[in-house]
Write a protein that binds this ligand. Structure first.
Ligand code: SAM
Length: 295
């Protein structure tokens, strides 16, 4: 009896909020990722913290979403920052290159390229807010040579064969949030991806290189990269610790020699394993709807 009274006193001494089961941030995202929470969209917002995560991933296709986001977001790196893939990109760089970055957002990739010796950089983004902020950011740092333009990657405002290197990081992935079944993507999405790739192919010099840094695994991306009409070799590598990102290198004017054309520079097969720290990252939410599955 005394024991029961002690237990009752103990329970009522705990504040009411603490008595309810409230999953931790990590648990909530983890539950969400496996579709175990009742309201998926709400669960994305619950994790918002400092990052303006959308209520639904289809928001990433809405230009207004990006304008609103960049109005308050100073810096966010999709697919990780330069330090994690520098070993893959650096060998492709040289001071003489003209580089186009597609969908720069609030990333500092541009500054990293300049630090590594590239002098001719053009950045585009569909969001005028991102463009204005980037211009200001560069100017505040005393960087004046970079061209930052508002432009649509589906309608690149450049002539043929004017860039040695075109790079995008997480930008093409935006198109995939609307893909439906990743094994059988919607034709409308495929049309947009092809339009973007045709534009990139057109603006690349004859021996230029396209680098695509992506969440998308090779079995989903390579068939698109290798569509008829493109003469470029397709190689990929991956980076990241437990949660992998893909680094595609497409060299115009060449074709990969092996059957199936695309080849991995890594010897092992890609896999996804999820670390709790990574689940805290918005990248994960983005990735859940672009159809990545364990190989
Ligand atoms: C996922 S974020 C990636 C941002 C940046 N590359 C990074 O690594 O952090 C996608 C970016 O693409 C831009 N974007 C979306 N659709 C675009 C389009 N049609 N043309 C150009 N940029 C676009 C967005 O405004 C946003 O800045």
């Amino acid at each position: 009896m005394v024991l029961v009274i002690i237990i009752i006193i103990f329970i009522f001494s705990i504040p009411p909020d603490a008595r309810r089961f409230t999953p931790s941030a990590t648990t909530r995202v983890g539950l969400d990722c496996w579709g175990l929470m009742n309201n998926r969209e709400e669960s994305c917002d619950m994790e918002a913290g400092a990052e303006p995560r959308p209520r639904s991933t289809s928001a990433y296709l809405n230009p207004r979403y990006w304008d609103d986001r960049f109005a308050s977001e100073e810096h966010y790196e999709w697919c990780k920052d330069y330090s994690l893939f520098r070993h893959l990109l650096h060998p492709l760089l040289s001071p003489a290159l003209s580089v186009l970055e597609i969908g720069c957002g609030s990333s500092r990739l541009c500054e990293e390229l300049l630090k590594d010796g590239v002098t001719d950089v053009t950045c585009i983004d569909l969001s005028s807010v991102a463009v204005d902020r980037m211009r200001k950011r560069l100017s505040d740092q005393g960087i004046h040579g970079v061209k930052v333009l508002q432009a649509d990657m589906l309608d690149l405002p450049f002539g043929s064969e004017c860039f040695d290197l075109v790079i995008e990081k997480g930008t093409m992935d935006v198109l995939f949030v609307d893909s439906g079944d990743p094994w059988n993507p919607r034709p409308a999405m495929v049309d947009k991806v092809m339009k973007m790739l045709e534009g990139v192919y057109k603006v690349l010099k004859p021996e230029g290189t396209f680098v695509s840094i992506s969440f998308g695994q090779p079995h989903f991306r390579c068939p698109l990269f290798e569509a008829p009409g493109f003469t470029w070799s397709v190689e990929w590598d991956r980076f990241g610790d437990e949660f992998h990102y893909f680094f595609y290198t497409l060299k115009k004017g060449r074709l990969s020699s092996i059957s199936g054309r695309h080849q991995s520079k890594s010897s092992d097969v890609p896999s996804i394993s999820l670390l709790h720290e990574e689940l805290e990252n918005e990248d994960y939410i983005f990735r859940t709807t672009i159809g990545e599955s364990e190989m």
